[in-house]
Unconditional design. Structure first.
Length: 287
C-alpha cells in the first residue's frame, strides 16, 4: 500500500484526474517514488487525511474490517481476542471494535505496550511472553470469547478454537509463528507447520463454531467488494471514529532500520516509509 498524488493517467481513465490525492493497494512494487498501478487499485483520500495516514489505512483497516464484520459478524456485548494488538491490524481492529457498543477486548502484546493498549480501549491486555493467555482469558471469561483474530498460526490456532464460545468464530489471517527472531528458524517453521490446526466439517457440526481464512492479497480482482469496504472506512475516518496510528516515519535510505523496528516488535502502530526524511528531522540534522 502507499499514498501519493496522481501525476499521469493511462488511456481510458476517466474517474481520476492529475493532481488527485489517492491511496493505493497493490501486492508489491510500492517502495519507490513513482509507481504505475491500475486505476481500480486507487482510492481517493478523504479531506484532512495526511499521506502518512493514507499509507497506513488500506491493508490494516480493510483486513480488520472484513475479519471483524464480514466474517466475525461482530455485534454489541460480544468479546474479541486480538493477537499482536499493538501492531497495524491490531490497532485498526481495536478502533473498529470501539464502533460497536459494549465490546470487550482482550489483546496480547508485550508488557511495555499495555498502557498504550488500555488507553486505546483494550480492557484486558495480556503479556503473551510471561503468561498463558488462554488461562488468563478463562479466569476473566470462563466461557471464552465470541471472536478470535488469529495472525499466528500453529498451536495458537488450536488454542484460539478452544477459546471460542458456542457460535464463536475464529478468523485466521496469517502465520506469524513461521518467523522467529532475526532469521527464519527451520526447526521453528517445521514445528509450526506440524502443529497447524486442522478440523473436519463433521467436527464443526458438533462444536457449533466457525473457522474462516482471510488473505487480502488474494482479492486483487474483487474491486467492487474492496471499494465498498474502503467507502465504509473513509466514512468512519471522516466521522473521527478511526484514525491510523503511526508508530514512526523513515526515509527510504533507512529501510533496514524500519524493518528492524518491526522485526524486534518495538512498533505500536504502523511503520511508514517516505522518499525523504521528514522536514523536522532534516532541520535537526542541519543544526
Amino acid at each position: 500500500e502507499c499514498a501519493g498524488t496522481v501525476r499521469a493517467l493511462g488511456e481510458g481513465v476517466r474517474d481520476r484526474q492529475v493532481g488527485d490525492k489517492v491511496m493505493v493497494l497493490a501486492r508489491s512494487g510500492l517502495w519507490q517514488e513513482v509507481v504505475n498501478v491500475p486505476a481500480s487499485h486507487t482510492f481517493p483520500m478523504p479531506e484532512g487525511m495526511s499521506f502518512e495516514e493514507a499509507a497506513a489505512l488500506l491493508v490494516n483497516y480493510i483486513t480488520a474490517y472484513m475479519v471483524l464484520f464480514d466474517f466475525g459478524n461482530l455485534r454489541p456485548n460480544q468479546s474479541v481476542l486480538i493477537h499482536m494488538a499493538a501492531g497495524g491490524v491490531g490497532t485498526a481492529a481495536i478502533q473498529l471494535c470501539k464502533t460497536v457498543e459494549n465490546v470487550t477486548i482482550f489483546g496480547t502484546a508485550s508488557a511495555s505496550k499495555h498502557d498504550s493498549l488500555k488507553e486505546s480501549g483494550v480492557a484486558h491486555p495480556i503479556d503473551y511472553r510471561t503468561m498463558d493467555y488462554a488461562e488468563e482469558i478463562r479466569k476473566i471469561s470462563p466461557k471464552g470469547v465470541d471472536i478470535v483474530l488469529d495472525p499466528l498460526g500453529g498451536s495458537d490456532t488450536t488454542k484460539a478454537f478452544n477459546l471460542l464460545k458456542p457460535m464463536g468464530k475464529l478468523i485466521t489471517y496469517g502465520v506469524a509463528n513461521l518467523l522467529t527472531g532475526q532469521k527464519k528458524n527451520l526447526m521453528a517453521m517445521a514445528k509450526t507447520w506440524w502443529n497447524q490446526f486442522s478440523i473436519s466439517a463433521l467436527q464443526l457440526l458438533t462444536q457449533n463454531k466457525a473457522v474462516c481464512g482471510y488473505h487480502l492479497g488474494y482479492m486483487d480482482e474483487e474491486v467492487e467488494l474492496l471499494g465498498s469496504v474502503v467507502a465504509k472506512l473513509v466514512n468512519l475516518y471522516s466521522q473521527g471514529k478511526i484514525k491510523p496510528k503511526i508508530d514512526s516515519v523513515w526515509p527510504f535510505d533507512q529501510v533496514a532500520e524500519a524493518m528492524k523496528q518491526m522485526q524486534e516488535k518495538k512498533n505500536v502502530g504502523k511503520v511508514i516509509l517516505v522518499p525523504e526524511a521528514p522536514k523536522e528531522e532534516s532541520k535537526k540534522a542541519e543544526n
